[in-house]
Design a binder for this molecule. Sequence first.
Ligand SMILES: NC(=O)c1ccc[n+]([C@@H]2O[C@H](COP(=O)([O-])OP(=O)(O)OC[C@H]3O[C@@H](n4cnc5c(N)ncnc54)[C@H](O)[C@@H]3O)[C@@H](O)[C@H]2O)c1
Length: 345
Amino acid sequence: MNILVTGAAGFIGFHVCKRLLDEGNQVLGFDNFNSYYDSNLKKNRIKELINVYDKNGTLFDFIEGDLVNLFDLKKVFSKDRYLNSRISVVIHLAAQAGVRYSIENPAAYVQSNLVGFCNIIEISKENNVNHFFYASSSSVYGGNKKLPFEEDDRVDKPISLYAATKKSNELIAYTYSHLFKLPTTGLRFFTVYGPWGRPDMALFKFTDSIMRNKPIRVFNHGNMLRDFTYIDDVVASIISLIKKSVKNKNYLTNKTDESFDKVPYKVFNIGNSSPTKLTDYIKSIERNLGKKAEIILDEMQPGDVEATYSDTNSLEEYINFRPNTSIEKGIEEFIKWFLDYYGYS
Ligand SMILES: NC(=O)c1ccc[n+]([C@@H]2O[C@H](COP(=O)([O-])OP(=O)(O)OC[C@H]3O[C@@H](n4cnc5c(N)ncnc54)[C@H](O)[C@@H]3O)[C@@H](O)[C@H]2O)c1
């Protein structure tokens, strides 16, 4: 298959590209290397993909470009320019991520997650792609108190602009599935972590601070539950969803309401369905580093939620797999990578 991965230099995009290439697909990556976090880490992810896979220039190609710029997107779809034949599947992962930053810089979210999303889905439709996958987020569940979160729960009360943009993406995707019969799948990721992870996320920040003998800030006095999901499980879910969905001629929404029946639209929770206390997560980091953290307990941050917990029955029913890597194993893998990448070992 010829597959476009947007956000290929990002954490999840990098791992998805790697696995798609391992399985012999042709992959075109797209990313703007923005400076939301260390762009060298993003460039090194792409270098890693090129080093491993682009020995003869056939399997992996990459375009540096911005979703907001239609000229850049047209390059992606210009016929036979990058891959040997047309792009059949789009995995749209590029976005402005992060809940807290959406309070500081709302414009970045409007541009990448709303304007950019409309641009990429429209051009995907114009180019008759077979299937459009896109990243949504567990943050669409907002402050919902009913746990675990199920795909059919009401999600119309987002508590951050980030969450609102992700919910908007689902609505826009539904419209395209309805109007143009473009098969779309929304992926509601639950706190993804692992090697090559994001510097703005807790695991990376805590590990980095502990190694530099700096204190760590723990919000809501540590009273947080997160459904941490290991990257390999996320990638395995995406790969299975692609294989199953592209073959499935009868790709219909997983909602039960009959009025939805003829729309090729689905949304899946991609989570570990086993929430961990933030304090236990920190203990596991300490154990793996053999070093204690200096903890500063802090208030809850605006836009944040106390608990996330995914129901993954829909995913399991559909692809016969659910994320299941233990926190201990996942943190061990992250820390091995971190110590090696940053020259501690
Ligand atoms: N990591 C998680 O825990 C998590 C949880 C829920 C949802 N998500 C979503 O999954 C997707 C991937 O997340 P990630 O953790 O890999 O984040 P990431 O920030 O590492 O990756 C996103 C990539 O998109 C690129 N990008 C952003 N705006 C762009 C634009 N306008 N044009 C081109 N490229 C652009 C960035 O440079 C970055 O490399 C995002 O949509 C994110 O919102 C992630």
